[in-house]
Design a protein around this ligand. Structure first.
Ligand code: IMP
Length: 432
């Protein structure tokens, strides 16, 4: 796996942390390429739980280089907090690298995120409130403050003054008051010492690693349906979690990528607002939430749960060129007599085989489902394909065939070891 991208194939929270952690063992370099501390990875290692929001999960291995790429937006206080927390648990961060081109989340971004949600009222996005959207807005408005700006006090102060000349007007509009540019600048000037040792040319580092035949893992955050271009706009995040985002967010060319692993839960969840055709608001949805411990790592919000949406998964395969699937949380479905999988949508009189282009079709989409038998035996101890009950194997095979994509991993429990790695001949998609 010289260059492998791991992405979320649904609405985020698919269990990418666990799959990345598993793959990171064989990688030399792990790169985050988009998003910020809106993400949250929970990794269970030897019974110990680690929650990371910004730093790549590869950091738990001593010898891996972990890069925060240019496509990420970085809140320095969160970065320092994670570094301190890792060090306090005996995990070194000397191999952490931070792209000089990554943008910083500024105090006014946090204020504006909250204010904009309040203004939208019942039309709110349901953001994580971490300032992610406003930071990307400034990046594209060319008003952003980048990591490398902390290395030059004069430039930093000038840029913060310029940004606040506009932001303070907005903050006043929202009745929040104003921020003092010199105070904000002092705060960020003070970050130089802590940040400087990590700053690097991330694109150069990643490409050199590939040139040297090293294994580089690109770790996506959020998921396909939260992608700013391909997600359920406007209920999306402000970056490109799809595989293409790894190229722009890490500075590597598409020709260098070997594999794209799409991570999908055996069912579907979503946090925040927006349409969700297979959502279950009954006791089955509640059971999924309870058994799957479906509460956000970042905000603690209860996740909405529903049946597996294969139309959306097929779409994720298409827009990211997913070569392999990792199906997570299969154990959560244990005990359900019948399992439904959505294979088409009905929108008004239309029956749709593909993820709809038009938002109104998706908003009105009703799932048309196939039913598959469930299983009752506990699968958490299953170590191989053969160990799984026949119905569980059929369920996975159905996913592979429908999406025409090979299933490589099946997670049967939260622990790292609770993962079935499928041999080549099994879990094959319909098309080779
Ligand atoms: P933002 O990324 O905080 O701007 O939030 C935009 C949307 O993306 C909201 O619906 C969030 O709930 C959702 N979102 C952001 N990060 C994650 C994540 O890591 N998992 C799931 N949903 C997320």
């Amino acid at each position: 796996m010289p260059a492998t991208i791991v992405i979320g194939a649904q609405w985020g929270d698919e269990g990418k942390g666990k799959i990345t952690d598993l793959l990171a063992e064989k990688a030399d370099v792990v790169v985050r390429y988009q998003g910020g501390n809106n993400a949250g990875h929970t990794i269970v290692r030897d019974g110990e739980e680690f929650k990371l929001h910004l730093i790549p999960s590869g950091i738990l291995y001593a010898a891996k280089t972990c890069i925060i790429g240019n496509g990420v937006v970085v809140d320095p206080t969160i970065l320092f907090g994670e570094i301190d927390a890792l060090r306090a648990r005996g995990i070194g961060v000397d191999n952490l690298r931070l792209s000089g081109n990554a943008h910083l989340i500024m105090p006014y971004h946090l204020l504006l995120d909250g204010a904009s949600e309040k203004r939208l009222g019942r039309f709110k996005i349901g953001t994580t409130g971490r300032g992610i959207g406003p930071a990307y807005v400034d990046k594209y408005a060319r008003l952003g403050i980048r990591v490398q700006d902390v290395l030059d006090e004069k430039i930093l102060r000038r840029k913060i003054r310029a940004a606040l000349a506009e932001k303070n007007r907005l903050l006043q509009l929202y009745d929040i008051g104003v921020l003092d540019p010199e105070q904000v600048a002092d705060q960020f000037v003070g970050y130089r010492e802590r940040m400087e040792p990590f700053i690097c040319d991330a694109s150069l580092l990643a490409n050199q690693a590939l040139d040297d035949g090293k294994h580089v893992l690109f770790e996506g955050a959020q998921g396909t349906l939260l992608d700013i271009d391909f997600g359920t706009y406007p209920f999306v995040t402000s970056s490109n979690p799809i595989a293409g985002g790894a190229c722009t967010g890490a500075g590597v060319g598409p020709t260098r990528i070997d594999h794209v692993i799409g991570v999908a839960k055996a069912y579907t969840t979503r946090v925040g607002e927006g349409p969700f055709p297979t959502e279950l608001t009954d006791e089955v949805g509640d059971a999924m939430c309870e058994v799957g411990r479906e509460f956000g790592t970042t905000t603690g919000r209860k996740r909405r749960c529903g049946w597996l949406d294969l139309v959306a998964l097929k779409y994720a395969v298409r827009v990211s060129g997913i070569t392999h699937l990792a199906i997570t949380k299969l154990d959560v479905l244990t005990g359900l007599r019948t399992l439904k999988v959505c294979t088409r949508y009905k929108a008004g009189r239309k029956v749709l085989d593909e993820f709809p282009l038009l938002q109104s079709d998706f908003h009105h989409a009703k799932p048309l489902c196939d039913e598959l038998p469930g299983w009752s035996a506990d699968i958490r101890d299953c170590e191989s394909w053969a160990d799984l009950p026949e119905a569980a194997r059929d369920y996975v095979q159905f996913i592979a065939e429908f999406t025409k994509t090979r299933v490589k991993f099946i997670a049967v429990g939260p622990g790292r070891e609770e993962t079935v790695v499928l041999p080549r001949s099994i879990g094959r998609g319909g098309a080779v």
